[in-house]
Design a protein around this ligand. Structure first.
Ligand SMILES: Cc1cc2nc3c(=O)[nH]c(=O)nc-3n(C[C@H](O)[C@H](O)[C@H](O)COP(=O)(O)OP(=O)(O)OC[C@H]3O[C@@H](n4cnc5c(N)ncnc54)[C@H](O)[C@@H]3O)c2cc1C
Length: 492
């Protein structure tokens, strides 16, 4: 281990997933820019940092353990890419990804991208389409935006969809979207916590169609074309996969005398002491640290913090996680009848399948499959079907293959099968989540120098974690500056 310089301040970051690494890096960079000397130590349980961001390369296949990529509509991740000098490794998804599909009535159908095309499509009955068009006339709820203060007003995504666009729309469109993003159940997730933008649109414009019309007029006025990275953004990864981001962050930190990523360092507890914070790991006590950023998932963070306050014990433990299996299947191109010209397909619950969705990975990014092969990435399990995880790898693959064969015209056995199990894949922001965060924030603030971050709280995406890393870094440094009487807290 490289000798570290004499430190002025020290910060511990618990967990080396994207949230912890990005926060550690940001603290280091902002401190340096402000001329403040801060030693950053990241404690990671596993032998490799990165958490969900791991890329597996085997026999010419390139598979993602967790996220497939990130959208370019959030500048924070692109800022990180630039800071790490990774622009030349960035990979934009192909134009085929504009075509997205749903399984409706047992058939793979393309999702129309304009409301008009949707109304003309065969996705829903005429009555359901009329109900959907009636969204224009549904008045906005009066109590929007109060979920954190009054959890009784916290609608589920399904309730919101049914209220504004009709139950059929909620079942056909929202249910599979929530499975695809959260591995979750639209009947059990809070709209305000999972999709805060939807609440804002209803509140600010009076409804979704009204918002679309006004925003599209605004974009036209500003001279923006439809192909500019719009609100939904364009999916990006790296030619070497998502691990490229982690490898670059770890290399950057490892080369710096004021930073350290300690692997095989499972944190057991963090405690305030007279002179700062103590971090207890599997190999003993560390510290004192001036500040601690807890960036492990809530189910792990609870063990580190429960001894401090019952709010931590109760609220962190109450954040549920969906289990998910990712099953990668590789085929020879000629063994697949479907053209796979698109992003992938999601499966509404009412289709009664085990498959939650399948990404057509080799159509999205080049270099994911050997020459002449295609790669499908299937998801199953999720919070509505945890029993799926009880099967063996072979059983999982067999069940999914039996569902996929007739849909894609698959012939013969796959060339490659890889099953990746995520027992606690993604945090589920259930109704009451925002009120829970309020309590957690209040309790965290009563412990100066303690910060909570990561995908368990304010956004599950890579983008959300990286964006929040910037905010947390600023707050950590402000706290250090105030504690030690530095005048220029605005420097961060
Ligand atoms: C299958 C799947 C597909 C996804 N697809 C996408 C996608 O396409 N796009 C997107 O933006 N997001 C996607 N996500 C979500 C995204 O990957 C995660 O939300 C994000 O990686 C979470 O980062 P994190 O740092 O909060 O947590 P994690 O990645 O879970 O990292 C947590 C880290 O904490 C460590 N840790 C745990 N306990 C301790 C302890 N006691 N001491 C020290 N370290 C500890 C773990 O070892 C791990 O390294 C996907 C997630 C999954 C599971």
């Amino acid at each position: 281990m490289a000798p570290k310089s004499d430190k002025t301040h020290s910060v511990a970051v618990i967990a080396g997933g994207i949230a912890g690494l990005a926060t550690g890096l940001d603290i280091r960079d902002r401190a340096r820019d402000a001329g403040l000397e801060v030693q950053v130590t990241i404690f990671e349980k596993d032998s490799e940092p990165g958490g969900n961001l791991q890329t597996i390369r085997q026999d010419g296949w390139q598979l993602e353990w967790g996220p497939n990529g990130f959208l370019d509509n959030e500048p924070a991740t692109l800022r990180l890419v630039d800071r790490l000098d990774l622009r030349d490794k960035l990979q934009r998804s192909s134009d085929a990804t504009a075509h997205r599909f749903l399984l409706v009535g047992g058939r793979i159908q393309e999702i129309p991208i304009t409301p008009k095309a949707f109304l003309q499509s065969g996705m829903m009955s005429t009555a359901a389409k009329l109900r959907m068009a009636g969204e224009l006339f549904v008045p906005p709820r009066k109590d929007l935006g109060r979920a954190a203060e009054d959890p009784a007003t916290d609608e589920t995504i399904d309730q919101f969809g049914a209220r504004r666009l009709g139950q059929t729309f909620a079942d056909v469109m929202l249910d599979p979207m929530v499975k695809g993003i959260f591995g979750g159940d639209s009947r059990r997730l809070s709209l305000a916590a999972a999709f805060p933008r939807m609440v804002e649109l209803e509140k600010d414009y009076g409804g979704l169609f009204k918002a679309m019309i006004k925003l599209s007029r605004q974009r036209k006025k500003e001279g923006k074309s439809k192909t500019d990275a719009g609100p939904s953004g364009v999916l990006h990864s790296f030619t070497g996969g998502m691990a490229t981001l982690i490898d670059a962050m770890v290399a950057d930190l490892a080369a710096d005398p004021v930073a350290e990523v300690r692997v095989n360092a499972e944190v057991r507890q963090i405690s305030p002491t007279e002179d700062g914070w103590r971090v207890t790991t599997s190999d003993g006590d560390h510290g004192p640290f001036d500040a601690v950023v807890e960036a492990a998932p809530a189910h792990a963070a609870v063990r580190h913090l429960e001894h401090l306050d019952p709010i931590f014990a109760n609220h962190l433990a109450a954040i549920p996680f969906a289990p998910m299996a990712v099953i990668a299947l590789g085929f020879k191109r000629e063994a697949v009848t479907h053209d796979l010209n698109g992003f992938g397909m999601l499966v509404p619950t009412r289709e009664k399948r085990e498959l939650l969705g399948a990404l057509w990975t080799s159509s999205i990014f080049g270099g994911r499959a050997p020459e002449g092969r295609i790669l499908l990435r299937c998801m199953a399990g999720g919070s509505a079907n945890p029993g799926f995880m009880e099967q063996t790898d072979d059983e999982m693959a067999a069940v999914l293959l039996s569902e996929l064969r007739p849909l894609f015209g698959l012939k013969g056995a796959p060339d490659m099968v890889k099953v990746i199990r995520h027992d606690r894949a993604i945090a589920q922001y259930v109704p009451g989540h925002l009120a829970r965060l309020k309590e957690l924030d209040r309790t965290t603030a009563s412990y100066p120098g303690l910060f909570l971050t990561g995908s368990s709280y304010r956004g599950i995406s890579v983008n959300a974690c990286v964006k929040e890393a910037e905010t947390i870094a600023v707050n950590v440094l402000k706290g250090l500056a105030e504690k030690h009487g530095h005048a220029r807290t605005e420097a961060f």
